[in-house]
Unconditional design. Structure first.
Length: 79
């Protein structure tokens, strides 16, 4: 498909130079850029690894780990 775009001259010059260095075409460079941008919108980023406490101990006696209220009350009493 042919289309007309109004592009920044410096950006086009950089893209043309990249195409020459990679033995490619300006069209291919623009297509790759669009593909990368669209793919980034479709796929979520990498999942972060959450730290896991592997020490001993646990909750203080009487604190219910499945209750937000219990945890908040325990935190308030701790400070």
């Amino acid at each position: 498909m042919k289309t007309t775009l109004d592009l920044n001259e410096e950006l086009v010059a950089e893209a043309k130079a990249l195409a020459v260095r990679q033995h490619s075409t300006l069209t291919r460079i623009i297509e790759e850029g669009l593909q990368l941008r669209l793919r980034a919108q479709r796929t979520p980023g990498p999942l972060s690894r959450l730290p896991v406490f592997r020490g001993k101990g646990g909750l203080a006696a009487g604190v219910d780990g499945s209750s937000n209220r219990s945890m908040l009350e325990a935190a308030d009493h701790d400070s």
